[in-house]
Design a protein around this ligand. Sequence first.
Ligand code: GLY
Length: 282
Amino acid sequence: MAGLMAGFGHYTHAVVRGVPASLAKGALRTVHAEVDLAKAQKEHEAYVEILGTRLGLELIVLPVDESLPDCVFVEDAAVVCGDTALIPRMGAESRRREAEHMKAALKDLNLNIVEMTDETAILDGGDVLFTGREFFVGLSKRTNQRGAEILADTFKDYAVSTVPVVEGLHLKTICSMGGPGLIVIGSSEPAQKTLKIMQQMSDHRYDKLTVPDDYAANCVYMNLPNKGPVLLHATAEQYPESAKVFEKLKDHMLIPVCNKEKVKVDGALTCCSVLINKKADI
Ligand code: GLY
Protein backbone atom coordinates (compact mmCIF):
# COMPACT_ATOMS: atom_id res chain seq x y z
CA MET A 1 0.00 0.00 0.00
CA ALA A 2 2.77 2.44 0.85
CA GLY A 3 4.02 2.30 -2.76
CA LEU A 4 0.60 2.85 -4.32
CA MET A 5 -0.35 5.62 -1.92
CA ALA A 6 3.06 7.29 -1.62
CA GLY A 7 2.18 10.37 -3.65
CA PHE A 8 -1.46 10.58 -2.67
CA GLY A 9 -2.50 14.17 -2.09
CA HIS A 10 0.68 15.72 -3.53
CA TYR A 11 -0.32 18.67 -5.69
CA THR A 12 1.51 21.52 -7.33
CA HIS A 13 -1.25 23.21 -9.38
CA ALA A 14 -4.93 24.01 -9.04
CA VAL A 15 -7.28 24.91 -11.88
CA VAL A 16 -10.05 27.25 -10.73
CA ARG A 17 -12.60 29.54 -12.33
CA GLY A 18 -14.56 32.49 -10.92
CA VAL A 19 -18.25 32.74 -10.10
CA PRO A 20 -20.25 34.30 -12.96
CA ALA A 21 -23.14 36.64 -12.12
CA SER A 22 -25.34 34.17 -14.01
CA LEU A 23 -24.77 31.54 -11.28
CA ALA A 24 -27.38 33.08 -8.97
CA LYS A 25 -30.32 32.50 -11.31
CA GLY A 26 -28.92 30.14 -13.93
CA ALA A 27 -26.86 27.47 -12.16
CA LEU A 28 -28.43 24.04 -12.05
CA ARG A 29 -29.72 22.95 -8.64
CA THR A 30 -31.52 19.98 -7.18
CA VAL A 31 -33.65 22.07 -4.81
CA HIS A 32 -34.86 25.62 -5.22
CA ALA A 33 -32.75 28.07 -3.23
CA GLU A 34 -31.98 31.79 -3.54
CA VAL A 35 -28.27 32.47 -3.93
CA ASP A 36 -26.64 35.65 -2.66
CA LEU A 37 -24.26 36.31 -5.55
CA ALA A 38 -21.92 38.68 -3.70
CA LYS A 39 -21.54 36.18 -0.86
CA ALA A 40 -20.96 33.33 -3.30
CA GLN A 41 -18.23 35.33 -5.03
CA LYS A 42 -16.65 36.26 -1.72
CA GLU A 43 -16.60 32.71 -0.42
CA HIS A 44 -15.09 31.50 -3.67
CA GLU A 45 -12.39 34.18 -3.56
CA ALA A 46 -11.51 32.99 -0.04
CA TYR A 47 -11.30 29.38 -1.30
CA VAL A 48 -8.97 30.37 -4.15
CA GLU A 49 -6.86 32.48 -1.78
CA ILE A 50 -6.36 29.45 0.47
CA LEU A 51 -5.18 27.30 -2.43
CA GLY A 52 -2.89 29.91 -3.92
CA THR A 53 -1.61 32.14 -1.12
CA ARG A 54 -1.88 30.03 1.99
CA LEU A 55 -1.01 26.65 0.49
CA GLY A 56 1.24 27.83 -2.31
CA LEU A 57 -0.32 25.94 -5.22
CA GLU A 58 0.23 27.44 -8.64
CA LEU A 59 -3.16 28.67 -9.80
CA ILE A 60 -4.50 28.36 -13.32
CA VAL A 61 -7.51 30.64 -13.44
CA LEU A 62 -9.89 29.97 -16.31
CA PRO A 63 -11.90 32.94 -17.61
CA VAL A 64 -15.38 33.38 -16.20
CA ASP A 65 -18.06 32.80 -18.84
CA GLU A 66 -21.47 34.33 -18.17
CA SER A 67 -23.07 31.95 -20.66
CA LEU A 68 -21.97 29.04 -18.43
CA PRO A 69 -23.64 29.60 -15.03
CA ASP A 70 -22.07 26.48 -13.50
CA CYS A 71 -18.55 27.12 -14.77
CA VAL A 72 -17.06 27.67 -11.29
CA PHE A 73 -17.55 23.94 -10.64
CA VAL A 74 -14.46 22.95 -12.61
CA GLU A 75 -14.13 19.52 -11.03
CA ASP A 76 -16.89 18.19 -13.28
CA ALA A 77 -15.00 19.16 -16.44
CA ALA A 78 -11.85 17.06 -15.94
CA VAL A 79 -10.53 13.97 -14.17
CA VAL A 80 -6.78 14.25 -13.71
CA CYS A 81 -4.65 11.40 -12.42
CA GLY A 82 -0.89 11.39 -12.82
CA ASP A 83 -0.01 12.92 -16.17
CA THR A 84 -3.34 12.06 -17.84
CA ALA A 85 -6.47 14.18 -18.01
CA LEU A 86 -9.83 12.80 -19.08
CA ILE A 87 -12.15 15.47 -20.44
CA PRO A 88 -15.54 13.90 -19.87
CA ARG A 89 -18.75 14.36 -21.78
CA MET A 90 -20.60 16.07 -18.97
CA GLY A 91 -24.04 14.86 -17.98
CA ALA A 92 -25.76 18.24 -18.29
CA GLU A 93 -25.85 19.37 -21.91
CA SER A 94 -25.86 23.02 -20.75
CA ARG A 95 -22.43 22.52 -19.14
CA ARG A 96 -20.53 20.83 -21.98
CA ARG A 97 -18.82 23.97 -23.27
CA GLU A 98 -17.11 24.33 -19.88
CA ALA A 99 -14.64 21.75 -21.16
CA GLU A 100 -13.15 24.05 -23.82
CA HIS A 101 -11.03 26.25 -21.56
CA MET A 102 -10.29 23.33 -19.25
CA LYS A 103 -8.89 21.24 -22.10
CA ALA A 104 -6.70 24.10 -23.32
CA ALA A 105 -5.31 24.75 -19.82
CA LEU A 106 -4.50 21.09 -19.21
CA LYS A 107 -2.86 20.85 -22.64
CA ASP A 108 -0.69 23.83 -21.70
CA LEU A 109 0.44 21.84 -18.65
CA ASN A 110 1.56 19.09 -21.05
CA LEU A 111 -0.87 16.55 -19.67
CA ASN A 112 -1.99 13.72 -21.94
CA ILE A 113 -5.53 14.63 -22.90
CA VAL A 114 -8.16 11.96 -23.49
CA GLU A 115 -11.53 13.22 -24.66
CA MET A 116 -14.75 11.35 -24.07
CA THR A 117 -16.37 11.63 -27.47
CA ASP A 118 -18.73 8.63 -27.39
CA GLU A 119 -22.20 10.14 -27.58
CA THR A 120 -23.67 7.36 -25.44
CA ALA A 121 -21.32 8.21 -22.56
CA ILE A 122 -21.76 10.82 -19.84
CA LEU A 123 -19.62 11.53 -16.79
CA ASP A 124 -19.14 14.38 -14.31
CA GLY A 125 -15.93 14.62 -12.29
CA GLY A 126 -18.08 15.01 -9.15
CA ASP A 127 -19.00 11.35 -9.53
CA VAL A 128 -15.36 10.21 -9.47
CA LEU A 129 -13.71 9.33 -6.18
CA PHE A 130 -10.01 8.50 -6.54
CA THR A 131 -8.65 6.90 -3.39
CA GLY A 132 -4.99 6.74 -4.44
CA ARG A 133 -5.29 3.04 -5.23
CA GLU A 134 -8.55 2.76 -7.19
CA PHE A 135 -11.49 4.71 -8.57
CA PHE A 136 -15.11 4.59 -7.49
CA VAL A 137 -17.51 6.05 -10.05
CA GLY A 138 -21.04 7.04 -9.04
CA LEU A 139 -23.78 6.13 -11.49
CA SER A 140 -26.09 9.12 -11.28
CA LYS A 141 -28.23 11.36 -13.47
CA ARG A 142 -24.89 12.81 -14.69
CA THR A 143 -22.75 9.68 -15.12
CA ASN A 144 -23.53 6.37 -16.80
CA GLN A 145 -21.92 2.96 -17.20
CA ARG A 146 -20.35 3.87 -20.55
CA GLY A 147 -18.75 6.94 -18.97
CA ALA A 148 -17.29 4.74 -16.24
CA GLU A 149 -15.98 2.28 -18.86
CA ILE A 150 -14.19 5.07 -20.71
CA LEU A 151 -12.67 6.28 -17.44
CA ALA A 152 -11.45 2.71 -16.80
CA ASP A 153 -9.92 2.57 -20.30
CA THR A 154 -8.21 5.90 -19.66
CA PHE A 155 -6.68 5.04 -16.29
CA LYS A 156 -5.73 1.41 -16.90
CA ASP A 157 -3.36 1.19 -13.91
CA TYR A 158 -6.26 1.37 -11.50
CA ALA A 159 -9.32 -0.69 -10.70
CA VAL A 160 -12.61 1.10 -11.37
CA SER A 161 -15.83 0.14 -9.58
CA THR A 162 -19.25 1.68 -10.03
CA VAL A 163 -21.58 2.66 -7.20
CA PRO A 164 -25.23 3.75 -7.53
CA VAL A 165 -25.89 7.34 -6.44
CA VAL A 166 -29.23 7.13 -4.69
CA GLU A 167 -29.34 10.56 -3.11
CA GLY A 168 -27.72 13.88 -3.95
CA LEU A 169 -26.32 15.05 -7.26
CA HIS A 170 -22.99 13.26 -7.37
CA LEU A 171 -21.12 10.49 -5.56
CA LYS A 172 -18.90 13.08 -3.87
CA THR A 173 -21.92 15.00 -2.57
CA ILE A 174 -21.75 12.63 0.41
CA CYS A 175 -18.12 11.49 0.56
CA SER A 176 -14.51 12.36 -0.18
CA MET A 177 -11.00 11.33 0.80
CA GLY A 178 -9.67 12.65 4.12
CA GLY A 179 -6.22 11.10 3.75
CA PRO A 180 -4.54 8.00 2.30
CA GLY A 181 -7.00 5.16 2.88
CA LEU A 182 -9.43 7.39 4.80
CA ILE A 183 -12.92 7.93 3.40
CA VAL A 184 -14.97 10.78 4.87
CA ILE A 185 -18.64 9.84 4.72
CA GLY A 186 -21.99 11.28 5.77
CA SER A 187 -24.08 9.52 8.37
CA SER A 188 -27.40 9.28 6.50
CA GLU A 189 -28.65 5.86 5.53
CA PRO A 190 -27.97 6.38 1.79
CA ALA A 191 -24.43 7.60 2.54
CA GLN A 192 -23.66 4.66 4.79
CA LYS A 193 -25.11 2.29 2.19
CA THR A 194 -22.85 3.86 -0.44
CA LEU A 195 -19.81 3.30 1.77
CA LYS A 196 -20.80 -0.31 2.35
CA ILE A 197 -21.01 -0.89 -1.40
CA MET A 198 -17.58 0.68 -1.91
CA GLN A 199 -16.13 -1.51 0.83
CA GLN A 200 -17.68 -4.61 -0.76
CA MET A 201 -16.23 -3.70 -4.16
CA SER A 202 -12.72 -3.19 -2.86
CA ASP A 203 -10.06 -5.61 -1.74
CA HIS A 204 -8.68 -2.82 0.46
CA ARG A 205 -10.01 -2.06 3.92
CA TYR A 206 -10.52 1.70 4.10
CA ASP A 207 -10.71 3.64 7.33
CA LYS A 208 -13.76 5.85 7.63
CA LEU A 209 -14.52 9.18 9.23
CA THR A 210 -18.27 9.57 9.65
CA VAL A 211 -19.65 13.10 9.94
CA PRO A 212 -23.22 13.84 11.06
CA ASP A 213 -24.01 16.05 8.03
CA ASP A 214 -23.75 14.46 4.58
CA TYR A 215 -22.77 17.76 2.93
CA ALA A 216 -19.87 18.16 5.35
CA ALA A 217 -18.38 14.90 4.10
CA ASN A 218 -17.06 16.66 1.03
CA CYS A 219 -13.55 17.87 1.95
CA VAL A 220 -10.37 18.58 0.05
CA TYR A 221 -7.37 16.54 1.18
CA MET A 222 -3.80 17.42 0.21
CA ASN A 223 -0.36 16.40 1.37
CA LEU A 224 1.97 19.28 0.61
CA PRO A 225 5.70 19.78 0.99
CA ASN A 226 6.53 21.83 4.11
CA LYS A 227 2.90 21.61 5.21
CA GLY A 228 2.09 17.91 5.48
CA PRO A 229 -1.51 16.69 5.48
CA VAL A 230 -4.04 19.47 4.89
CA LEU A 231 -7.83 19.25 4.99
CA LEU A 232 -10.20 21.93 3.73
CA HIS A 233 -13.49 21.16 5.45
CA ALA A 234 -16.90 22.60 6.39
CA THR A 235 -17.01 25.36 9.00
CA ALA A 236 -18.39 25.07 12.54
CA GLU A 237 -20.82 27.84 11.65
CA GLN A 238 -22.31 25.79 8.82
CA TYR A 239 -22.13 22.30 10.34
CA PRO A 240 -21.22 22.53 14.07
CA GLU A 241 -21.48 18.82 14.83
CA SER A 242 -19.44 17.76 11.81
CA ALA A 243 -16.78 20.39 12.56
CA LYS A 244 -16.25 18.73 15.96
CA VAL A 245 -15.41 15.48 14.17
CA PHE A 246 -12.79 17.17 11.99
CA GLU A 247 -11.22 18.76 15.05
CA LYS A 248 -10.27 15.27 16.21
CA LEU A 249 -7.87 14.91 13.25
CA LYS A 250 -4.68 15.87 15.04
CA ASP A 251 -2.20 15.23 12.19
CA HIS A 252 -3.90 17.43 9.61
CA MET A 253 -3.60 21.15 9.11
CA LEU A 254 -7.34 21.88 9.36
CA ILE A 255 -8.72 24.74 7.27
CA PRO A 256 -12.43 25.48 7.67
CA VAL A 257 -13.89 26.88 4.45
CA CYS A 258 -17.24 28.64 4.16
CA ASN A 259 -19.42 27.19 1.42
CA LYS A 260 -22.89 28.40 2.34
CA GLU A 261 -23.88 29.89 -1.00
CA LYS A 262 -22.32 27.54 -3.55
CA VAL A 263 -23.86 24.54 -1.77
CA LYS A 264 -27.29 25.95 -2.67
CA VAL A 265 -26.50 25.10 -6.29
CA ASP A 266 -24.96 21.73 -5.38
CA GLY A 267 -21.41 23.00 -5.28
CA ALA A 268 -19.23 21.27 -2.69
CA LEU A 269 -15.62 22.02 -1.74
CA THR A 270 -14.05 19.56 -4.18
CA CYS A 271 -16.22 20.94 -7.03
CA CYS A 272 -14.34 24.23 -7.17
CA SER A 273 -10.85 23.05 -8.16
CA VAL A 274 -9.00 20.49 -10.22
CA LEU A 275 -5.82 19.58 -8.36
CA ILE A 276 -2.77 18.47 -10.30
CA ASN A 277 0.63 17.12 -9.39
CA LYS A 278 2.81 18.36 -12.20
CA LYS A 279 6.18 16.72 -11.87
CA ALA A 280 9.14 18.55 -13.30
CA ASP A 281 9.41 16.09 -16.23
CA ILE A 282 5.88 16.37 -17.66
N1 GLY B 1 -24.83 23.22 -10.09
C1 GLY B 1 -23.93 22.16 -10.31
C2 GLY B 1 -24.50 21.18 -11.26
O1 GLY B 1 -25.69 20.97 -11.28
O2 GLY B 1 -23.80 20.56 -12.00
